[in-house]
Structure formats: C-alpha cells, structure tokens
Design a protein around this ligand. Structure first.
Ligand SMILES: [Zn+2]
Length: 143
C-alpha cells in the first residue's frame, strides 16, 4: 500500500531538512496546524535512534516556540497519532479558547462554529510566522 507521506510532502511545505520536514496542514477551522514529518518511513517514535529522537523533538520545539511568539495561542497541542497514516509525524497545533473544538482535541466533535474573524486574524499572521520559522529551522539545522 502506498504511503501518502512517502509520496508527497503532506501539506504546504515550510521547510525541508535532511531528516525531517515541516508542513502546514490544511485543516479547516485550524489555521495554525503544523506537522513535523520524519522523511524516512518509520511508524513509531521508538523506531528512531536516540539522536534522531532528540533531533525530531528539537524541531517540534522550534515550531512550538514560533507559534507561541507569533500567535500567543491559549495552548499549543503536540501529538503523534499515525492511526490513519502510520508514518511518523508530530502535530503541532496552536489552539485558541475561541476555536471550534476548544478545550477538546481537534479530532473530537466540534462544540461551536469556527469564528471567521478570529481565524482570519490568525491567518494574517502566518506569513511572518513561517518566514521566522524557516530562518530558525535553517539556523538550527546547521548547529
Ligand atoms: Zn511513509
């Protein structure tokens, strides 16, 4: 069976390194929904060597910090599920107390309609966030 994360980036590519990439997911209602995707096909986090696990979580941290700095979210959610696509990826999601699912996980049932004005305000901050993220990741990768 073809793996979609081996075949394609899996979203809007923000940055690609040797071992992993960062993409923005297209998830309606969640404008600041990013994924750190391991480039190689591994299913479980513990399939990675220790140094790779550190590398992976450092990337998650860089993304989380960028979300905090640019968006001041109510909370950042990080999660690795992979039940649908068993190719290692971490979700890094800015959550807001006004979002359609808060305080439930993004995978739960919606609790209210998604407010278009607030969503658009977050959307407007993404170009600066992503430019910052690209430069942060490029610097980090060469350390
Ligand atoms: Zn794969």
């Amino acid at each position: 069976m073809a793996c979609p994360l081996c075949a394609e980036d899996g979203g809007a590519l923000i940055w690609r390194g040797e071992r992993l990439r960062v993409i923005r997911a297209q998830e309606p209602g969640f404008p600041a929904f990013y994924r750190v995707v391991w480039n190689g096909h591994v299913a479980e986090f513990s399939d990675l060597a220790a140094a790779d696990r550190v590398h992976c979580m450092e990337a998650v941290t860089v993304v989380e910090l960028a979300l905090r700095q640019h968006l001041s979210p109510t909370k950042v959610n990080i999660a690795a599920l992979g039940n649908m696509v068993p190719h290692l990826h971490w979700h890094v999601i800015a959550r807001f107390d006004w979002d359609s699912h808060f305080p439930a996980p993004v995978w739960a049932a919606a609790q209210r309609p998604s407010p278009a004005a607030q969503e658009a305000a977050v959307q407007a901050l993404l170009p600066a966030l992503e430019a910052h993220l690209q430069s942060q990741l490029a610097q980090w990768a060469t350390r």
